[in-house]
Write a protein that binds this ligand. Structure first.
Ligand code: GRF
Length: 214
């Protein structure tokens, strides 16, 4: 049984999708804990209601980023994690932290990486006139929102889309993609060579059902 630790900062809808899939699909894994850097993260309530241990490590309580990272790492390690999942975790993690969990630390980003790392991805995709948008699950490296891509989901950008409408369309796919990607990790179905992640069975690491064929 693999131990999964999930880090959130807010709403936690991706965490929720992973918790539901883990239970519903009977993964060979357990959600060992949900940690947040904010006590007011809405997602903590869902985790508690589902009997999952929750912990808060307030970043504001630490004088330096390194001190926060060190305490966070200590608290994560206490759960002997096989997989550490960043799900809307809004703190940049330093090199020591990333190296400590490298290979088992994953993130979801609401763009088709390597396009649009960082914030306001949907606004930037619309401004660039992109015709597709989406989300990427990737291994975390010391480069913000970069790292070997585990899977991607693609959605169309529709004429007249607002930032909110596009974000909503992408988020619905995130909720399918992230559990799928974590399940591949739980089942040890991925191999990473030279920065390229492939599924052992050659399964497409792509969700494109919502890509709106004409
Ligand atoms: C998601 O769009 C995710 O891609 C990004 O932050 C958002 C988190 O949403 N990293 P939630 O907290 O999972 O609902």
């Amino acid at each position: 049984m693999k131990n999964i630790v999930i880090l959130i900062s807010g709403r936690g809808s991706n965490m929720e999708a992973i918790v539901r899939a883990c239970a519903g699909e009977r993964w060979n894994a357990r959600i060992a804990a949900v940690l947040s850097n904010r006590a007011d993260a809405a997602g903590l309530a869902f985790a508690r209601e589902h009997g999952i241990a929750t912990e808060v490590v307030e970043h504001r309580a630490f004088a330096t980023r390194d001190a926060f990272d060190a305490e966070l790492a200590r608290r994560i390690e206490a759960h002997s994690p096989d997989i550490v999942v960043l799900a809307g975790f809004m703190r940049i993690l330093g090199a020591d932290f990333v190296h400590r969990f490298e290979g088992r630390l994953v993130n979801i980003h609401p763009s088709l990486l390597p396009a649009f790392p960082g914030l306001e991805t949907h606004r930037r995709a619309l401004a660039a006139g992109c015709k597709v948008a989406g989300a990427s699950v990737h291994f975390v490296t010391t480069d913000l929102d970069h790292g070997p891509i585990i899977g991607q989901a693609v959605v169309p950008v529709l004429a007249g889309d607002s930032e909110g409408a596009l974000a909503e369309r992408v988020l619905a796919e995130e909720h399918r993609l992230y559990p799928l990607a974590i399940r591949w990790l739980v089942d040890e179905q991925l191999v990473c060579r030279d920065g390229v992640v492939q599924h052992l069975d050659g399964e497409p690491q792509l969700l494109a059902d919502a890509a709106g064929r004409r």
